[in-house]
Design a protein around this ligand. Structure first.
Ligand code: DMJ
Length: 578
């Protein structure tokens, strides 16, 4: 027992401080050992904590990436990123993608040559101005000096593969395009040409400069919608934001001018993530839908205070036209889903109204769309209304088979009439409008031709949708008439009179944006700017179709993922292109 007690007391002596006080070396060693072990424990704990933090952050990133992935699944790649559009570029411009039919190829080259001639003349004499006056060889600023022709031409240059020209135009947009101009701009013209042109160039090239500029000009236009009803005023000062309607409408807003911004502003919301653009323009349709007539035909003047129509002309021509076009195209842009169902319903209602305006000429039975005032029909049709055959053909597939073929037939009959607007004049170019008197078929009213696109636009749609090469032949004949009558040394001009062929002095920007683009596409395979993937705005600017959100559903903020270098999560960005 004594030995046991003695060995136990030997063991416990190490716990007695006196033991160490008598042996300072051991005390020092013990202290060093204690510091060393503490350090190891502390270090391990720190490492574990750091790893836990890191794991937390990685989890956070994975979650954000999952949200983003879901978002991309939901809305497609709305930002139409550069790499993707580069692939698209191959689809739309590579020569070996284009048809090898020698006649088509030859015609396409002729149209491309026409574009080159128009563009080169603009570059030489009117660079940066809105439009070229080819006879006097100078530029004019018909739209406030926003470079309308240049912006209107961007996508045409791109699609035709005129790369150097596109690059020069892009440099101008990046370095010289300035919207800070105290100018009362037309909301409609600025939207369809400038916002539409820039967005299309963005969708095709993926270059962010176009989106930034589109946002800049759209922000300047937005206050125009701040009216009691939400129906926009049609003019706005680009610097001060003062908006108004022209005196000659009696203070009313114009139907087409108020209902032709939806495609562009919805596209802008999809690409920026900012809902304000879409909300303003969609509200217009909701307001008009509240008092939408049973035949879907709205007069051309709308009171911006009450949001209701004033007594005025009903027409598919000037001041009415593209309102109906956008009802259909927003439905297409919205993937024909339930969120855009009301657009299709309104459009179909308007088509019943259109049927009530359809008449035939005597003796030759040309089908035309008359106009209406009150209960009286007016036997007149604008060349502008020749967009309607294309629109009807485009919308026909949404009907059941019987209705569908009925509408497609109507589209084909109307296109024949529009083609005859051209064929029936000595220059083979159409006048601005036509009257229909019994026994005389059609007679030109206003006899100028300002290089308008509507008939070739419809021929393009009909060729795409029916595959009937007759439409290519008709388009080629119209192109040749432009070449013969409108081509001058320094660009293309309109005619003051299609009977005499006397020329004017203006190359309209839509000649490059629309007329030549639709002609080029008429001689290109359907895969070039496929109608399944793109929707054309009313100025022929193709906008990429992407899935869209339900009204009121916020665009989820896009995530800016923390890079390893930054070492911390920086937060959210609303931009589609972080
Ligand atoms: C273009 O600016 C657009 O096509 C618009 O919808 C109507 N007018 C011209 C072309 O004629």
């Amino acid at each position: 027992m004594a030995r046991t007690r003695s060995s136990s007391s030997i063991r416990w002596r190490y716990l007695n401080p006196v033991y160490y006080l008598k042996r300072p070396t051991r005390l020092a060693l013990l202290f060093i050992a204690f510091v060393f072990i503490s350090f190891i424990v502390w270090d391990r704990q720190t490492l574990v904590r750091e790893h836990e933090e890191e794991i937390l952050m990685l989890k956070e990133e994975v979650e954000h990436l999952q949200i983003e992935l879901e978002e991309l699944k939901h809305d497609g790649d709305v930002s139409v990123k550069k790499s993707n559009t580069k692939t698209k570029r191959a689809d739309i411009t590579k020569t070996d993608d284009l048809s090898t039919d020698p006649i088509e190829a030859q015609r396409r080259e002729k149209v491309k040559d026409a574009m080159l001639h128009a563009w080169t003349s603009y570059e030489k004499y009117a660079w940066g101005h809105d439009e070229l006056q080819p006879q006097s060889k100078n530029g004019v600023d018909s739209f406030g000096g926003l470079g309308a022709t240049l912006i209107d031409s961007l996508d045409t240059l791109y699609i035709m593969g005129l790369d150097e020209q596109f690059q020069r135009a892009k440099e101008w947009v990046a370095n010289s395009l300035d919207f800070n101009k105290s100018y009362d701009a037309s909301v409609f013209e600025t939207t369809i040409r400038v916002v539409g042109g820039l967005l299309s160039a963005y969708d095709l090239s993926g270059d962010n400069v176009f989106l930034e500029k589109a946002k800049d000009i759209a922000d300047r236009l937005l206050p125009a919608w701040n009216t009691p009803s939400g129906i926009p005023y049609n003019f706005i000062n680009l610097v001060h934001g003062n908006a108004h309607n022209p005196g000659w409408t009696g203070g009313d807003s114009i139907l087409a001018d108020s209902g032709t911004e939806q495609l562009e502003f919805i596209a802008l919301t999809q690409r920026t993530g900012d809902p304000k653009y879409q909300q303003k323009v969609e509200n217009v349709i909701l307001v008009l839908n509240k008092t939408f007539p049973a035949d879907g035909l709205l007069p051309i003047y709308i009171n911006p205070h009450r949001g209701t129509a004033s007594h005025s002309t009903i027409t598919f021509g000037a001041m009415g036209d593209s309102f109906y076009e956008y009802l259909l195209k927003v439905w297409i842009q919205g993937n024909k889903t339930s969120v855009v169902k009301h657009y299709r319903e309104m459009w179909e209602t308007s088509m019943t109204g259109l049927l009530s305006l359809v008449r035939k000429t005597a003796p030759s039975s040309f089908t035309y769309i008359s106009e209406k005032i009150g209960n009286s029909l007016i036997d007149k049709m604008d060349e502008l209304a020749c967009f309607a055959p294309g629109m009807i053909a485009l919308g026909s597939s949404g009907y059941d088979p019987d209705e569908s073929s009925k509408f497609l037939n109507l589209a084909e009959e109307l296109a024949f009439t529009c083609y005859n607007f051209y064929q029936s004049t000595p220059t083979k170019l159409a006048g601005e409008n036509y009257f229909f008197h019994s026994g005389q078929d059609m007679t030109v009213g206003t006899s100028w031709n300002i290089l308008r696109p509507e008939t070739v636009e419809s021929l393009f749609y009909l060729w795409r949708l029916t595959g009937n090469k007759t439409y290519q032949e008709w388009g080629w004949n119209i192109f040749q008439a432009f070449e013969e009558n409108s081509r001058v040394e320094s660009g293309y001009v309109g005619l003051k009179d299609v009977n005499t062929g006397v020329k004017d002095n203006m190359m309209q920007s839509f000649f490059l944006a629309e007329t030549l683009k639709y002609l080029y596409l008429l001689f290109s395979p359907p895969s070039v700017i496929s109608l399944d993937e793109w929707v054309f705005n009313t100025e022929a600017h193709p906008l990429k179709i992407v899935p869209r959100f339900a009204p009121g559903e916020e665009q989820k903020p896009r995530i800016r993922v923390r890079t390893r270098k930054e070492g911390r999560f920086r937060g959210f960005s609303n931009s589609a292109n972080p």
